[in-house]
Write a protein that binds this ligand. Structure first.
Ligand code: HEM
Length: 477
């Protein structure tokens, strides 16, 4: 079917949930969304409830803002929806046809091939690489001979998680490469946000604002991924004994589809093509570091602001690890530390707005029919700040997530999304963040530097970044 068709049922015949008026074809609504997406959607919920409707140009858009509603869309009727074409178009320019941007049979096949590499047991095998990267970055955070330093936490976490993903994806330890790629990722994120709100992407060669930077950033990232894949493929021919077998690229090279053959030849026994390897690497590389960096940097700020919560986490770390490096087996005993990370991702979900969905079949959300062709927006930020699920939602309270906490309504906490398109890297991310957080607390006490008392504002740049960066005082223990 043509998924661009706004509605297949006559508009007048469909009862709609409440929502704001849409004068001028909804242009003022679009402008408000692009200025302050999260605040706008939160105000919509306050004014109109858990499911709202608005028209923007030819689009009929619904915001679904309750845990049950989110699960109806992402879990129970997941096959009634695809991801919003415009978002996919913008992301596909960077990621090509990778797991994040594909749908239907192509996505299913890629998911079957990649899923085993992200299973908890497999992911545990990357812990030593994560710990090595963390040791290096954290030991360097305060210059030798100094007792404390003012640290740019944003830059530190981005470099560190970039280093982790380069090591686990390609076995690479080149820190210059990590720096260069970090800048490219920031440029692409900012440009993607700009283009997302335009009806189409003008060609990148045009002399328009942001285009030259985008071209350079894309060249950098594609070049980096190509260099690693080529080096691996060449090494496999020249001297197979030297080829790493334990990183994500090795996993992708070895992956074989064991499902029945498809008419296009991508069936039983087939693996990922060279182009697919490239695109998957781009997705994993990008999706796999900035999100974790974002979670860790907000966590650091919250820990600095709440010394008693941080002390409890540090005591737990000291007691469980007794000075040694953490391993995956320690995670169940680092319950409070894990809860601080989950609570930080509640207050600051790294992906605060999921990619909108397009209904390809009529769906039902609560009492409302959502006709095929409609657009559905899902905004974890709003659910995470809803006092019905999280009393006093602005308060940092890790007790909400400890093992003995009362269960939350399913669908109320979704930093990783939910349903079939849930983040494939969630176990990877939880392991990586817990290891890094534990090692940070082993080394340093965090404090808000004088003059930085106001927490930085959160800025939506695909992920949720602190406006103006984030600085903290690190003091050696
Ligand atoms: C704190 C860290 C992370 C957060 C908060 C996060 C969050 C998310 C979210 C919200 C989605 C989209 C769900 C949707 O649209 O319904 C997603 C998808 C994805 N994430 Fe993550 N992610 C994190 C870390 C990672 C890591 C470490 C990797 C890989 C190493 C990764 C790889 C992916 C991929 C490949 C997808 C696309 C999955 C698909 O469409 O099937 N993510 N992530």
């Amino acid at each position: 079917m043509n998924t661009n068709t706004p509605l297949t049922t006559p508009l007048a015949a469909v009862p709609r949930p409440p929502g704001p008026p849409s004068p001028w074809w909804g242009l003022p609504l679009l402008r408000a969304l692009s200025r302050d997406y999260l605040g706008f959607v939160q105000r919509l919920q306050h004014a109109h409830g858990d499911i709202t409707f608005m028209r923007i140009g030819p689009e009929c858009a619904y915001d679904v803002l309750s845990p049950d509603g989110v699960r109806a869309v992402l879990v129970e009727q997941a096959d009634h929806f695809i991801r919003w074409e415009r978002g996919i178009e913008v992301f596909a320019q960077v990621f090509g046809q990778g797991l994040l941007t594909t749908e239907g049979e192509q996505w299913k096949r890629q998911h079957r091939l990649l899923r085993p590499g992200f299973a908890p047991r497999r992911v545990a095998g990357y812990a030593a690489l994560m710990v090595d990267a963390a040791r290096q970055a954290l030991d360097d955070a305060v210059p030798p001979g100094q007792a404390s330093a003012r640290v740019e936490v944003d830059a530190l976490m981005t470099r560190l998680t970039m280093d982790v993903i380069l090591r686990t994806l390609f076995g690479s330890r080149a820190r210059d490469e990590a720096r260069e790629a970090g800048e490219a990722v920031q440029v692409l994120g900012r440009q993607a946000m700009r283009e997302m709100f335009l009806p189409l992407t003008l060609p990148d060669w045009l002399p328009l604002p942001g285009k030259a930077g985008k071209r350079r950033a894309l060249r950098t990232l594609r070049g980096l991924v190509d260099r690693h894949i080529d080096a691996r493929l060449n090494a496999a021919v020249a001297d197979p004994a030297t080829v790493p077998t334990d990183d994500l690229l090795a996993m992708m090279l070895a992956a074989r589809d064991d499902e029945a053959g498809a008419p296009d030849g991508t069936g039983a026994g087939s693996g990922l093509s060279r182009a697919e390897l490239h695109d998957q690497s781009m997705v994993i590389f990008q999706a796999g570091h900035e999100t974790s960096a974002t979670a860790l940097l907000w966590w650091s700020r919250l820990m600095a602001e709440h010394p008693e919560i941080a002390r409890r986490a540090r005591d737990e770390v000291d007691q469980v690890l007794a000075g040694r490096d953490p391993t995956p087996a320690d995670l169940p005993r680092l319950d409070w530390l894990g809860a601080t990370l989950k609570e930080a991702m509640r207050l600051y979900p790294p992906v605060p707005a999921l990619m909108s969905r397009r209904a390809v079949k009529e769906a039902q959300v609560g009492p409302w029919r959502i006709p095929a062709g409609s657009l559905v927006r899902l905004t974890p930020w709003v659910l995470h700040h809803d006092p019905r699920w999280f009393p006093e939602p602005e308060v940092f309270r890790p007790e909400r997530f400890t093992a003995d906490a009362p269960p939350l309504p399913r669908g109320a906490w979704l930093p990783f999304g939910t349903g079939p398109r849930v983040c494939i890297g969630q176990h990877f991310a939880m392991l990586e963040m817990t290891l890094i957080a534990a090692m940070l607390l082993q080394r340093y006490t965090l404090a808000v530097p004088p003059g930085d008392d106001t927490r930085p504002a959160a800025e939506l740049n695909v992920t949720l970044r602190p406006k103006g960066g984030l600085r903290l005082a690190f003091t050696r223990r």
